[in-house]
Design a protein around this ligand. Structure first.
Ligand code: ADP
Length: 425
């Protein structure tokens, strides 16, 4: 009996000892976990005693690993700081993406291209630069399968930004297995817009030239084939139509040449000190003498005390004549045309105003664009090229001023141009 009791006591003692040891082991595992999570060295004296030799080695190995991780982190931060210092001041935009698609570096130039992505660092790429082609490009670059250079469009709301992207894979600075990707980006939005404008311009010019040319061609062919048996009356009618369309081609080429000269680096303006009231009165005198102006009522309200201005008199004459021509062309006979000139806030403002049909609000923002017409048929029938107001705008801008329009349908239009009162550009 007593031996059974002894065995039971021994078993109870062994169990108690085992439970105490188990408790210590559990506590030690928890400390180990905490140390790894917090990346703090694990000191043996912070663990319960009597855990066994294996724990001393484990403690030392964990601390070494934690030290190594800290060293790698520092190294990575050092590399990034070095990269940032080198690339940050570049004029080219630079972007570095890590293996997990997070932005690890974005220099100032990049933030200038994408102002909406101000806090881009540390963010996932797809959250800040929403462009599927660019995300695909990042993947391709990582796998060494990207085109050397790509043009990619980024759309943010209504804004479109075109960027030329060059990418290269780089070894991961965090010791991960997925390669990082480095990109140099070039903003080519302006270039793209200019290309679109040029394409549209060429298409417009071709269209404008084709219409009179095909009319001339048609009539000439008919005359070549049948002028002998054609009644004289028809022949004359045909020849007059050819002459009218030739004239139209001529005006179009004249206006195109004027525009291209004005847009060139040497627009050929000859500034001299000119009395604007004198110049305007001369232009109006010539206008009143024209039979075409007889059906309109032309009024002038020109401040005769305006100081002489440095301007190109021929070019400013062209501007005023263009505006007067339009007022005559687009208003019915009997309409009133006013020419006003006065000083206002350090500028001289000249206005050519009519009480004609006016221009719809939707057309107003485009009215100074090349080839823009409110009513295409009416403009062509009146011999318009659609380039007049564009020429006006360019000449005024070359004088350091601006041109704008105010108009109400049914009440009339007022075309204004301002010229700096003291100094021409
Ligand atoms: P166009 O050679 O066709 O006259 P412009 O550039 O001078 O070309 O004018 C552009 C368009 O603006 C015209 O086609 C016409 O529709 C409109 N416009 C210009 N001036 C007036 C005006 N005084 N009243 C009404 N519409 C006008």
């Amino acid at each position: 009996m007593s031996s059974i009791l002894l065995i039971a006591i021994a078993l109870a003692l062994a169990l108690g000892w085992a439970l105490v040891r188990l408790g210590k082991q559990r506590q030690a595992v928890q400390r180990l976990q905490q140390a790894i999570t917090r990346q703090q060295r694990l000191l043996r004296e912070n663990l319960p005693g009597e855990l066994g030799r294996g724990w001393d080695d484990l403690c030392e190995a964990t601390s070494d690993l934690i030290d190594e991780a800290a060293r790698l982190r520092e190294l990575r931060a050092g590399h990034l700081a070095q990269l940032e210092a080198t690339l940050g001041s570049l004029r080219e935009a630079v972007l570095v993406i890590d293996g997990g698609n997070r932005v690890v570096l974005a220099n100032q130039a990049l933030q200038e291209i994408f102002p909406h992505a101000a806090r881009i660092l540390g963010q996932r790429l797809e959250a800040v630069l929403r462009s599927v082609p660019f995300l695909n490009c990042v993947e391709d670059v990582r796998h060494g399968a990207a085109e050397p250079q790509q043009e990619i469009e980024f759309v943010e709301g209504t804004q479109s930004t075109w960027v030329e992207v060059t990418g290269a894979p780089i070894p991961p600075l965090d010791g991960g297995k997925d390669p990082w990707a480095l990109f140099v980006l070039h903003d080519i939005t302006r270039q793209k817009k200019l290309e679109a404008v040029r394409r549209e311009f060429v298409a417009n010019v071709s269209h404008e030239l084709r219409t009179p040319l095909s009319v001339i061609k048609g009539y000439v062919e008919t005359l070549v084939d049948g002028h002998r048996e054609m009644p004289l009356e028809d022949r004359e009618k045909f020849l007059r139509t050819i002459a009218r369309h030739t004239e139209r081609l001529n005006s179009l080429l004249d206006d195109l040449l004027t525009l291209s000269r004005l847009e060139s680096t040497n627009p050929g303006l000859r500034h001299e000190l000119v009395s604007l009231p004198g110049l305007l009165n001369d232009i109006l005198g010539d206008y009143r003498a024209r039979p075409a102006a007889a059906a309109h009522r032309l009024h002038a309200d020109i401040d005769a005390t305006l100081d002489p201005l440095p301007l190109d008199p021929l070019k400013i004459t062209q501007v005023i004549e263009n505006l007067l021509d339009n007022a005559l062309k687009y208003t019915p006979p009997g309409s009133r045309i006013d020419v006003l000139a006065r000083a206002r806030d350090g500028e001289i403002v000249v206005t050519v105003q009519d009480n004609g049909p006016g221009i719809p609000e939707a057309d107003l923002p485009h009215i100074f664009e090349r080839f823009y017409r409110v009513e295409k048929g009416r403009s062509r029938e009146k011999g318009g090229t659609g380039l007049g107001l564009s020429i006006v705008k360019h000449i005024v801008q070359l004088h350091g001023g601006r041109a704008w329009v105010e108009s109400t349908v049914g009440q009339g239009s007022a075309f204004h141009l301002s010229l700096p009162a003291k100094k021409a550009a």
